[in-house]
Design a protein around this ligand. Structure first.
Ligand SMILES: C[S@@+](CC[C@H](N)C(=O)[O-])C[C@H]1O[C@@H](n2cnc3c(N)ncnc32)[C@H](O)[C@@H]1O
Length: 273
């Protein structure tokens, strides 16, 4: 919990709670977010002096901006919604929150050491622009977390569907809906909130930007039920004299790997790219 008074589920927007009514979803996601934040904080600590600044893009009422500060970062938030910005300011008077659009961030280039965007990308009509904006506002050598919805690979969704049917936890009709919802790629209209991304979708955009490395983080490896979201932690490249971008190094997070896997059907899974 961020301030000891409300749970992650209490803080989530109503439409998200309606989509994922299970309290455990929010608690498990938060464990994953802690893992990402500690990775980001360690990466930034190793690449600059003093406390690192971090912009939380889509900060809502500030829960995860505050959690970033608990990971040693000097965090501030930006959100599209004036009402949410106001609520965040009241809730966390020591932190700074501003109104702004993730697709056209109101900051000069290289303004922050790091950035984070939790659960926002899938909502944006121009999500590719939002990724490039995030990279633009962090300094060379800085790092950023991008957490979003995960598109299930076909084999995994078939295994899951078969297991839900066998256990009687979903009807055939529910299974049809489940498959449609979780297989879909990034072309789904943003307003439906059902966009899902596989690593290949994000990597295609990241390869066009000054990004040196990307670590893929896979919550399935933590061995709990929460596998609807995933994340990358990227590092921005140092400027080169040439006009070309460095080739992107892609790896899978070792810590995610160390957590092992307990859910059936995913034991050998890696993040599919
Ligand atoms: C699903 S909520 C996620 C909130 C929080 N980051 C979390 O993980 O719980 C999405 C947030 O993104 C904000 N948002 C949506 N579109 C945005 C945009 N174009 N620019 C900035 N924020 C936006 C919403 O107002 C909302 O606060």
């Amino acid at each position: 919990m961020a301030d000891g008074s409300e749970s992650a589920q209490d803080d989530a927007p109503d439409h998200i709670v309606a989509e994922y009514p299970d309290r455990a979803f929010f608690e498990h996601r938060e464990i994953f977010l802690h893992h990402l934040m500690s990775d980001l904080s360690a990466q930034l600590a190793g690449s600059g002096g003093g406390a690192s600044t971090c912009l939380d893009i889509g900060s809502n009422t500030g829960r995860y901006t505050d959690l970033l500060t608990k990971h040693g970062l000097v965090a501030s938030g930006v959100d599209y919604s004036a009402e949410l910005v106001e609520r965040a300011r009241i809730r966390y008077p020591d932190l700074s929150f501003e109104e702004g659009n993730a697709e056209a961030l109101p900051y000069p280039d290289n303004s922050f050491d790091g950035a984070a965007s939790f659960g926002v990308l899938q909502l944006l009509p121009n999500w590719q622009t939002a990724i490039s904006e995030m990279v633009r506002v962090i300094r060379p050598g800085g790092a950023a977390i991008l957490e979003t919805n995960r598109a299930f690979p076909v084999a995994e969704i078939m295994l899951k569907s078969a297991s839900y049917l066998a256990r009687g936890t979903m009807s055939l009709k529910d299974i049809g809906r489940f498959i449609r919802a979780h297989r879909l790629g990034p072309k789904r209209p943003a307003e439906e909130g059902l966009r899902k991304f596989a690593p290949k979708h994000l990597l295609k955009v990241l390869r066009t930007l000054p990004v040196e490395s990307v670590a893929l983080h896979d919550p399935r490896k933590f061995g709990y039920m929460h596998d609807f979201m995933w994340a990358v932690v990227l590092q921005k490249a140092q400027p080169t004299n040439e006009n070309s971008h460095p080739s992107l190094r892609v790896s899978s997070c070792d810590d995610c790997r160390r957590h092992g896997v307990s859910s059936p059907g995913t034991a050998e899974a890696t993040v599919d790219n």
